[in-house]
Design a protein around this ligand. Structure first.
Ligand SMILES: [Zn+2]
Length: 424
C-alpha cells in the first residue's frame, strides 16, 4: 500500500491530538481518583456537558477563545498545549522511525512496523501523562505503569512472529531474550511472585508500612467528615495492592507540608532493609535459574532448544527481563541513595515507571535513559535551588524525556557503548 507521506502524517497527528485530549482527562482525574469515563466531559465551573463540537482537540479551544460556551469560565491553555504536544510526539516518532530510519532493522510501517509504533506511542502517551501528574502532584500513578506492562507482555508474545525481522536482530527493536537473560528473567519472575506472596501473607512487611497505615487511617477519617459525591474510585491502584504500590509521594512537595499526620519516626535503614528483603528472593532465584539453565548440561541445551522453538517465550521473557532491569536499576539506586543520605531518595513510582519502559522497549533503553536523566535534570535542579532553595525535584519528567530520546537515538548510543565495552 502506498499512501503519500502527508496523508499518513495528518492521520497520525489527528490520532495524536485525540489521544492528547484523553490524556488531559487522565491527568486531571487519575490523581483525584475519579473515573476516567464517567461523567463525560463537562465544565468544572457550571457543570454543563461539553458538546462534541466544543471538544474537538486543539481547534475547539481557539474557536471558543478558551472559554466555556455556557458560563464563560476560562479553560486552561494547558489543554490545547497537551493535545498539540501529543500530536507532535506521534508524528515525530513516525518521522524518526519510518522516514529517517533511525532504528534498524525497522520493517516498513504498513508491513509490520506499525505494530512496534503502536506499542511505542502507547508508552509515550503514558510517559507524558506520568510527567504531567508527577510535575503537579509529585506522584506517579502506578495504574499507568501497569497498563503499559500489560500491553508490553501481550505484544511481546506476538512481535517475534509478526515482525519481519531475523530472530538475532529482534532485540534491537523489541524485548527478546537470549538463553542467559531468559533464565535470569524466569528466575526473577518466580522470585517476585514469592516476595509478593510473602507480603500478602504478612511474613514480609512492605517498607513504610506504618506510614501508609497512618495515611489510610487519616484519609478514612477525612472521608467520614465530609460526604462527597465523588465518582467511583479507580480500583486498579487501590490500597490493597501488595508492596508499596500505592502512589508513593516521590518526594513530598517542599511547598506543601504533609497534612497533619501522626508523627511516626522514620527509620530509613529499617525501611531499606525491608526493601532488600523483598528483593532478595528475586535476586537469588534469578541467579539460581541462570546457573541451572545455562550450564553445559542436557538441561542447558534443552533450555536453548526450547527458546529457539518457542519464540513467544523468548519475547515474553525478554519483556520480563526489561521490566526487572529497568525497575532494578532505579531500585538499587534508591536503596543506596537512601542509605547514604539518610532519607528517601527516588520514589517507588520511578521504579515502576522504568520497569514499564523496560518491559516495552527491552532492557537497554531504561538503563541508558536512567543515566541520561540526571544530566537533563541538572539545569532544572540548579534553578530550583537558586530560586526556591529547594533541593527536591520530581524525577519522572526527566526519566520520561530521556526515554523519548533513547527511543529515537537507541542505535547510535548502543553502538557507541558497544565499541567501548567490546574493543575490536
Ligand atoms: Zn461552564
Amino acid at each position: 500500500m502506498i499512501l503519500p507521506q502527508a496523508v499518513i502524517l495528518i492521520f497520525l497527528f489527528a490520532l495524536g491530538i485525540s489521544t492528547g485530549s484523553f490524556l488531559n482527562v487522565v491527568v486531571y482525574r487519575l490523581p483525584r481518583e475519579m473515573s476516567l469515563v464517567q461523567p463525560g466531559s463537562h465544565c468544572t465551573s457550571c457543570g454543563k456537558p461539553i458538546a462534541w463540537y466544543d471538544n474537538i482537540p486543539v481547534f475547539a479551544w481557539f474557536f471558543l477563545r478558551g472559554r466555556c460556551r455556557h458560563c464563560g469560565a476560562a479553560f486552561s491553555f494547558r489543554y490545547p498545549l497537551v493535545e498539540l504536544l501529543t500530536g507532535l510526539l506521534f508524528i515525530t516518532l513516525y518521522w524518526g522511525y519510518f522516514s529517517q530510519n533511525l532504528r534498524q532493522p525497522m520493517p516498513e510501517f504498513f508491513d509490520s512496523g506499525w505494530l512496534i509504533y503502536l506499542g511505542h506511542i502507547a508508552l509515550l502517551s503514558a510517559l507524558l501523562a506520568a510527567t504531567l501528574i508527577d510535575a503537579e502532584h509529585w506522584i506517579i500513578p502506578l495504574s499507568l505503569c501497569y497498563i503499559i506492562v500489560g500491553l508490553a507482555l501481550f505484544l511481546s508474545l506476538f512481535w517475534p512472529y509478526a515482525l519481519d525481522v531475523p530472530a538475532n536482530q529482534l532485540w534491537r527493536l523489541v524485548p527478546y531474550a537470549g538463553p542467559k537473560s531468559a533464565a535470569l528473567a524466569g528466575g526473577a519472575a518466580l522470585g517476585l511472585a514469592i516476595s509478593l506472596l510473602l507480603i500478602r501473607l504478612k511474613i514480609l512487611k512492605r517498607s513504610f508500612h506504618e506510614l501508609i497505615e497512618a495515611e489510610i487511617a487519616a484519609e478514612n477519617q477525612q472521608k467520614n467528615h465530609k460526604i462527597t459525591n465523588q465518582a467511583q474510585t479507580m480500583q486498579s491502584d487501590s490500597r490493597s495492592s501488595p508492596q508499596n504500590t500505592e502512589k508513593q509521594p516521590a518526594n513530598p512537595p517542599p511547598t506543601e507540608p504533609p497534612t497533619d499526620l501522626p508523627e511516626i519516626p522514620e527509620n530509613i535503614r529499617r525501611e531499606m532493609f525491608r526493601e532488600i528483603l523483598f528483593l532478595a528472593p528475586i535476586l537469588i532465584l534469578a541467579l539460581g535459574a541462570n546457573y541451572l539453565l545455562t550450564s553445559q548440561t542436557s538441561l542447558g541445551s534443552a533450555w536453548e532448544k526450547f527458546l529457539l522453538d518457542q519464540k513467544w517465550a523468548s519475547g515474553l521473557l525478554g519483556c520480563v527481563f526489561g521490566f526487572m532491569i529497568g525497575g532494578g536499576v532505579v531500585w538499587v539506586t534508591r536503596i543506596l541513595g537512601s542509605l547514604a543520605f539518610g532519607k528517601e531518595a527516588m520514589g517507588l513510582g520511578d521504579v515502576h515507571l522504568m520497569a514499564a519502559v523496560g518491559a516495552m522497549l527491552g532492557w537497554t533503553s531504561p538503563v541508558i535513559a536512567f543515566f541520561m536523566a540526571p544530566f537533563m535534570a541538572l539545569g532544572w535542579a540548579l534553578a530550583r535551588l537558586v530560586i526556591y532553595r529547594s533541593r527536591e525535584i520530581p524525577y519522572g519528567p526527566f526519566l520520561s524525556a530521556a526515554t523519548f530520546l533513547v527511543m529515537l537515538f537507541h542505535d547510535p548510543i548502543v553502538e557507541y557503548f558497544a565499541v567501548i565495552l567490546i574493543p575490536p
